[in-house]
Design a binder for this molecule. Structure first.
Ligand SMILES: Cc1cc2nc3c(=O)[nH]c(=O)nc-3n(C[C@H](O)[C@H](O)[C@H](O)COP(=O)(O)OP(=O)(O)OC[C@H]3O[C@@H](n4cnc5c(N)ncnc54)[C@H](O)[C@@H]3O)c2cc1C
Ligand code: SF4
Length: 485
């Protein structure tokens, strides 16, 4: 540790600058700018190099956070990149998109603002790109074994990269026209530009991973044929079966699911023309039902499209600004958070439950909401608080239940549990020999960091299945629950 008094000298937590709101509303580019290297080093130097680094435990990947904070402080970005890539295949994705449970567990966070771990991670990842340290790492020899990965989100990609580097011949099948899973068409460009994904895919291709976009397993190739052709199959199909509502008026035109709205808009954001199914919020009053991150992505998207007003409804009350007593350190507390989208305008309404949609000529024109309070464990309407919010576009962002039911799962003989997630054991194996499950498909809609961790661990289990033993890391078992989220 270079400076064991760094956290005493630099008390202020400084996150990277954000582009001015009026500017960023005019385009789809990323909101955050780079932090200058002097500030970055000072921030990394706040790390206390704790004897027991709780941050490390809170990261599902087990990222070696104090080690790379120290290397950044010393200015050794290349070694920092080595240490970071030792546990994380795609630190640029997590550096930009992770909600950073590690920071909630930072020991400094007990009585000072936590170290900016996520920003340091992103800066190391970007530095590796700038300096050309992201060279392909193809295997020295091939094993002659073949693996099919179904689904190209972060879980499928992490599994594919680990297995390719272990010498197996890996093909990634993706039903969409491009590789990337939710990072391609779900997550908005202003959170992570697609070029970031593409440069990583180029590295993977150069290492030997074969990408097969536009192929739906179960339709274009049957599950049975896949099992016959490959020695092992990793099912990483995500959990994008959305929840719906059945309030009166649900049938009105102008009410859409978030995942009907975001993917076509994301295509426009990267310059595609004549995108089918595009829903344009320009000039409309938009109401988003659901107070989570998917809702916040719709929020920023609608503002960029030029919506007249944007309102996000949350059934929960506004969270406290500080950690509550029943969510002690190092758990990830439910504190009030303001996403970059929320900074850009619009309105958030808390403790609001939707009762019905109001319409004119078959189109939605408003959303009736009522204030709710918890009475004996149930959200109960407060009489006399009903009101109608104007809305010509309503977006439903109330979560996902599990993987979409499709022929592939049946053909592969996979079972679902009581939560509609695909059943696998603690080593990612299903009851079908040679078939494994990783990512949201097995754990439910979650986070990129968990998907990468599962992909890495699943790859180790597959390697062991194919070769009898493995040297690949196994960061977690499939039933591990988050320490903090
Ligand atoms: C709008 C939105 C925003 C999000 N933002 C964040 C964020 O900021 N940070 C974060 O950490 N997490 C975020 N998440 C969650 C995160 O994206 C997921 O947890 C993660 O992508 C899961 O990875 P996965 O590989 O398991 O599945 P996915 O990324 O869902 O990928 C599964 C892929 O499988 C493909 N597929 C399905 N069936 C078949 C088939 N039969 N044949 C071929 N291909 C198939 C699908 O087309 C899809 O591309 C967000 C989620 C959403 C919906
Ligand atoms: S991946 Fe997420 S939890 Fe892990 S170190 Fe990075 S920001 Fe923290």
């Amino acid at each position: 540790m270079v400076d064991n008094r760094g956290f005493l000298k630099v008390r202020e937590r400084q996150t990277p600058p954000r582009r001015p709101v009026p500017l960023r509303l005019m385009d789809w580019r990323e909101v955050y700018e780079r932090q200058d290297s002097a500030t970055l080093r000072r921030q990394a130097g706040r790390c206390m190099d704790c004897g027991i680094p709780f941050c490390h435990n809170a990261c599902p990947l087990g990222n070696l956070i104090p080690e790379w904070n120290d290397l950044v402080l010393r200015g050794d970005m290349q070694e920092a990149s080595e240490r970071l890539h030792a546990t994380n295949n795609f630190p640029e994705f997590t550096g930009k998109l992770c909600p950073a449970p590690c920071e909630s567990a930072c020991v400094l966070g007990i009585n000072q603002p936590a170290v900016t771990i996520k920003q340091v991670e992103e800066a190391i990842a970007e530095s590796a790109v700038d300096h050309g340290w992201l060279e392909p790492r193809p295997p020295e020899r091939l094993t002659g074994r073949t693996v099919a990965v179904v689904g190209s989100g972060p879980a499928g990609l992490a599994a594919a990269q680990q297995l390719t580097r272990a010498g197996h011949t890996v093909a990634v099948f993706e039903r969409a026209d491009k590789i990337g899973g939710l990072m391609r068409y779900g997550i908005p460009e202003f959170k992570m530009e697609r070029a970031v994904l593409d440069r990583r895919l180029a590295q993977m291709e150069a290492e030997g991973t074969r990408f097969r976009p536009g192929v739906e397993i179960g339709v274009d190739i049957t599950g049975e044929a896949l099992r016959e052709r490959y020695d092992a199959v990793v099912v990483a199909v995500g959990a994008t079966q959305w929840r719906d509502v059945d309030f009166p008026g649900r049938e009105l035109a102008g009410i859409h699911q978030a995942m009907e709205y975001l993917p076509p808009t994301n295509r426009i954001a990267v310059g595609e023309q004549d995108v089918p199914g595009l829903i344009d919020a320009a000039g409309l009053d938009v109401v988003i039902i659901g107070g989570g991150d998917t809702g916040s992505d719709c929020y920023g998207t609608a503002l960029r499209q030029g919506a007249r007003s944007v309102t996000q409804l949350d059934i929960y009350p506004r969270a406290a600004d500080e950690r509550a007593g029943n969510e002690p350190w190092p758990t990830m507390p439910k504190v009030f958070s303001v996403s970059s989208s929320h900074e850009e305008g619009g309105d958030r309404v808390f403790s609001a439950s939707t009762t019905r949609f109001v319409g004119e000529d078959g189109r939605v024109s408003g959303v009736e909401v009522v204030e709710v309070r918890k009475v004996e464990g149930r959200w109960t309407p407060v009489e006399g608080t009903e009101r109608v919010l104007p809305a010509q576009l309503v977006l439903l962002a109330i979560g996902f239940t599990g993987p979409e039911a499709g022929p592939a799962l049946q053909q592969l003989g996979l079972e679902t549990n009581e939560r509609s997630h695909l059943v696998r054991d603690s080593r990612y194996a299903t009851g079908v020999p040679g078939v494994f499950v990783a990512g949201d498909a097995g754990r439910g809609q979650s986070l990129i960091v968990w998907a990468i961790a599962e992909g890495r661990a699943c790859a180790a289990a597959v390697d062991e299945h194919l070769m009898g033993s493995t040297q690949l890391p196994f960061p977690l078992d499939a039933h591990a629950r988050p320490l903090t989220v």
